[in-house]
Design a binder for this molecule. Structure first.
Ligand code: F6P
Length: 371
């Protein structure tokens, strides 16, 4: 106890940054960190645009007056980036654009700014970068975010619940037109190569077919299930497709390559392929909707606001105690700390034994896999 108090007194100033794609709840974490730190007399410096702000010395002083209103705002007031990895930072040298290792600059700029610790909010890319920086001596804590919900170390990431809510509302809206016109409605959702958003929104939206990256599908199996529904009197079908889903004998569909060192492939396009093939196979009129970044925006759900606030408070209190090198995580309903070295490994995909898959099959949802 005595030594913890002694540690706490050493921490006077913390930096905070947001890395990777934005998601609802980032601002709520920033708010929780600042409010908690302020009460402990610890100053918070916001760092602009992920690690780029530590390369270019871009800081913002944060206090309660600047963050108190942020709970319900999506995005991040700090700006974010999924390009700026300090170990491969793109720079123009002698007229040539090339990656340079600026990790030592990041660490010296961090110390020159008078910071005693860093809170890095991000997904697997930010986690891996931060872990490498901690091995070089940077005192840091990570907070997990992503709408994809695919981090192994935590049961849930904030942003996921809001994205699922948005996708479910979209499915509800598409259902009425599908029913009025007797159409097949294909909805492509995000999630990279994890099917969590598709599974949760598809089940909540009463989809007839859910296509996941974890379960390769065939058009024949989907068409067959749709025909069975039609013969029992249903005149429309909702097909939710994860952007990372793929045909049994096909590849994941890549929309473009991005300047992103962790995940350069941007997925997308499978919805249109499925829509086209199903219309051809079944003869039913089909429309395709790609939800895209609508899922990443907007006000965070109640669940995400509270998870973000819990993560932010725990990250701040842990850092104020001078304990670094961890990811704040949710496990079995409680907030816990996972060593960054363990947290940086692996991706959490939908397990085929998951109760959600079993429940979905029990209510007649097809995964397009001839089961
Ligand atoms: O990881 C979050 C996510 O929204 C994925 O679901 C999606 O594949 C990707 O980011 C899109 O990235 P960007 O915003 O760079 O197009």
């Amino acid at each position: 106890m005595v030594s913890e108090k002694k540690e706490a007194s050493k921490i006077r100033s913390l930096g905070i940054l947001t890395g990777g794609g934005d998601c609802p709840g980032l601002n709520a974490v920033i708010r929780a960190v600042v409010l908690t730190a302020e009460r402990a007399g610890v100053r918070i410096q916001g760092i602009r645009n992920a690690y780029s702000g530590l390369v270019h010395n871009q800081f913002i002083d944060l206090d309660s007056s600047k963050v108190d209103h942020l709970l319900q705002y999506g995005g991040t007031i700090l700006g974010s980036s999924n390009r700026d990895n300090p170990f491969e930072f793109m720079m123009t040298i002698d007229g040539e654009r090339r990656p340079v290792d600026v990790s030592d600059t990041v660490i010296s700029n961090f110390h020159n700014a008078g910071l005693d610790g860093l809170i890095a909010i991000g997904g697997d890319g930010t986690l891996q970068i931060t872990h490498r920086l901690t091995q070089k001596g940077l005192p840091a804590i990570c907070v997990p975010k992503t709408i994809d919900n695919d981090l192994l170390a935590t049961d849930v990431t904030f942003g996921f619940d809001t994205a699922v809510g948005t996708a479910t509302e979209a499915i509800d809206r598409l259902r009425t037109t599908a029913e009025s016109h007797g159409r097949l409605m294909v909805v492509e959702v995000m999630g990279r190569n994890a099917g969590w958003i598709a599974l949760f929104s598809g089940l909540a939206g009463g989809a007839d077919v859910i296509l996941l990256p974890e379960i390769p599908f065939t058009i024949e199996a989907i068409a067959n299930d749709i025909r069975i529904d039609r013969s029992s009197g249903k005149n429309f079908s909702i097909i939710v497709v994860a952007e990372g889903a793929h045909l049994k004998d096909g590849e994941v569909v890549i929309q473009r390559m991005a300047d992103d060192p962790t995940h350069p492939q941007r997925l997308g396009g499978i919805g249109n392929i499925v829509g086209h093939l199903l219309e051809e196979k079944t003869g039913y009129e089909t429309r395709v909707t790609v939800l895209g970044h609508i899922q990443r925006g907007g006000t965070p759900s109640t669940y995400d606001r509270n998870l973000s606030t819990r993560f932010g408070v725990h990250a701040a209190l842990t850092a104020i105690e001078g304990r670094f090198g961890h990811l704040v995580a949710l496990q079995n309903g409680s907030i816990t700390l996972v060593p960054m070295a363990d947290a940086a490994q692996g991706q959490r995909l939908v397990s085929l034994d998951s109760d959600f898959i079993g429940v979905a099959r029990s209510v007649g949802i097809s995964f397009g896999d001839e089961n």
